[in-house]
Design a binder for this molecule. Structure first.
Ligand SMILES: [Zn+2]
Length: 342
């Protein structure tokens, strides 16, 4: 079968790869829509230590179940399913505490096993969710990125942290997903910061009260809205040093910054403000099964999305699409690929 193989920084090609075999408790999915994730762009550039070439990436996907392994419900055959690519052992201390996303034995389809940029992909049967009639694969493929947003937004209000004014920095896929999760979680006023005009418009269409071209602009709007205090919550969906600094400067005393973006590793931050402002610094990584299920349910009900869905491109267009995405943001926030036409 064909798959897109990443061989190292900016080296990727479509080639013959071994077809997966369904073992006990697993299914074979023929992906009909696999989204390119921002973390995979960084991975493509060789900036993600958790990806080792040669690798078939692709962890945001939905498709048709073509084969089921021993012990798996045969009713899944032929169904269109969304796939939660993240599995945990379910038995370690972190899993028992509900922190399955942090399980030291976690595995992600597309990182630890070949992913959705291929004609067929192996997935644990427990991780597939049949989509209702009429809901298409591209919608199901958005459950993974939205689950990241659900998780970040929940961490933003966890422990009873009161949030009336929130800011999401970055309106790429993950930023827009964090924004929608924050709005759907009931945060009354969520703003976006995004330099790209098309993406600002998308943020407004998806529920932002304001969309600002810079942190300074957002700061003025927030100060006006909060009597000079600042935001209760800032989610940084970019992860550059500048956006991490902006996140801290937008917060009110006692505010919370949730960091989900992974653009830079090292960042220099002023910590006197963190100490004196009693700022809560919170990382956010991946999602639990409950986050994934919440995300899928909002998508299926049409409460969340990315507006008009872009077309699904053939696998052959994958290497070129990765090379284009490296060049910077565009108004189209998601690229879908599939080998079904191959
Ligand atoms: Zn575990």
């Amino acid at each position: 079968m064909k798959g897109i193989v990443w061989h190292g920084p900016e080296e990727m090609s479509v080639e013959e790869v071994p077809e997966p075999e369904a073992g006990p408790g697993t299914v074979i999915v023929r992906p009909t829509a696999t989204g390119i994730c921002g973390s995979e762009i960084e991975g493509y550039l060789g900036k993600m230590g958790n990806r080792t070439p040669p690798l078939v990436m692709g962890h945001e996907f939905a498709g048709t179940v073509t084969e089921v392994g021993d012990g798996v419900d045969e009713g899944l055959l032929g169904r269109t399913v969304a796939v939660n690519p993240l599995s945990s052992d379910g038995t370690c201390r972190l899993c028992r505490a509900g922190l399955t996303n942090l399980c030291p034995n976690r595995r992600l389809v597309g990182i630890h096993s070949p992913g959705g940029f291929a004609e067929f992909t192996l997935a644990p049967a427990a991780n597939v969710y049949p989509l209702p009639e009429g809901v298409e694969a591209r919608t199901g493929a958005l459950a993974e990125p939205l689950a990241n947003g659900v998780h970040a937004a929940r961490l933003g209000t966890a422990g009873g942290h009161p949030v009336e004014h929130a800011v999401v920095i970055g309106a790429g896929t993950i930023g827009l997903m964090c924004l929608q999760a924050a709005v759907l979680d009931g945060i009354p006023e969520v703003h976006a910061v995004e330099p790209h005009e098309g993406r600002r418009n998308q943020a407004l269409a998806l529920g932002a009260k304001g969309a600002h071209a810079s942190g300074e602009e957002a700061q003025e709007a927030l100060e006006a809205a909060t009597g000079g205090l600042g935001a209760d919550l800032v989610i940084d969906a970019v992860g550059a040093e500048a956006t991490r600094r902006a996140a801290l400067s937008l917060l009110r005393p006692g505010g919370r910054a949730v960091f989900i973006g992974l653009h830079d590793d090292d960042s220099t931050l002023g910590f006197h403000g963190v100490v004196r402002g009693q700022i809560d610094i919170q990382g956010s990584y991946a999602y639990t099964a409950a986050d994934f299920e919440q995300a899928l349910s909002w998508l299926v009900d049409g409460e969340a999305g990315i507006g008009e869905l872009p077309p699904v491109l053939p696998l052959e267009d994958g290497p070129g699409a990765f090379a284009d995405l490296v060049r910077g943001p565009s108004a189209q926030i998601k690229v879908f690929l599939s080998g079904t036409g191959s």
